[in-house]
Design a protein around this ligand. Structure first.
Ligand SMILES: CC(C)(COP(=O)(O)OP(=O)(O)OC[C@H]1O[C@@H](n2cnc3c(N)ncnc32)[C@H](O)[C@@H]1OP(=O)(O)O)[C@@H](O)C(=O)NCCC(=O)NCCS
Length: 178
């Protein structure tokens, strides 16, 4: 499925995205608040995982394409995580720093959130954010997700933002993504 917003196209990844996503994931700023920049081999493993989720019909990541130029500028979509012993579906996103602070991550995460609840009928989604990641916290706040708890994830202090189907139906469904 392809999702469209005012400025972005979110489409499934393809094998042929390896060069560009490899370039992005080797960038320190792009990989901020993660385990750090990835080698091409590590990115290939990540891409394979994402492609396998898609092939299996599971929620997966989308390539974020800037409509105006057609460039692949990052990713936004779903990751499968285990948090405090529970299986969760996370909305995760990263954009090339040239595209920060224009509301683009908010626009992409909003489209993914709506896709989760409207099309995939998920019961709940979360987002795992380092307390110092103020930009990402704002993206979640602007998307109406709220803080559920603080925990430790992969050894890092982490804030768990969440939203459930009922809240989305009641408060968010008719709002447009901006
Ligand atoms: C997090 C990220 C995706 C945000 O992308 P973006 O397109 O710049 O996000 P938006 O423009 O939609 O919103 C960013 C908000 O954070 C705010 N912000 C940015 N840097 C900030 C900072 N250092 N302190 C406080 N607020 C900050 C912006 O002002 C904006 O809020 P506003 O609309 O109220 O002004 C981008 O910074 C990124 O890719 N970072 C590296 C990877 C990452 O951290 N991913 C998330 C992992 S959980």
């Amino acid at each position: 499925m392809i999702l469209q917003t005012a400025r972005l196209i979110l489409r499934p990844f393809a094998e042929s995205d390896l060069d560009r996503i490899g370039e992005l994931m080797a960038n320190e700023e792009f990989m901020k608040f993660s385990m750090g920049p990835m080698t091409r081999q590590q990115t290939a493993t990540f891409l394979q995982k994402v492609l396998l989720w898609s092939q299996a019909g599971l929620p997966s990541q989308f390539a974020v394409i800037e409509r105006e130029t057609g460039s692949l500028i990052g990713y936004c979509g779903f990751l499968h995580q285990e948090v405090d012993g529970a299986k969760e579906i996370e909305i995760g996103y990263r954009l090339h720093p040239d595209f920060w602070n224009r509301g683009l991550a908010t626009e992409a995460a909003c489209a993914i959130r709506d896709h989760a609840f409207r099309d995939l009928q998920l019961e709940r989604v979360i987002s795992l954010i380092h307390p110092d990641n103020h930009a990402s916290r704002r993206v979640m706040e602007k998307n109406g997700m709220t803080i559920e708890k603080r925990t430790t994830f992969r050894g890092f202090p982490t804030i768990v933002f969440s939203m459930n189907q009922e809240t989305w139906q009641r408060q968010v469904r008719s709002a447009t993504c901006r």
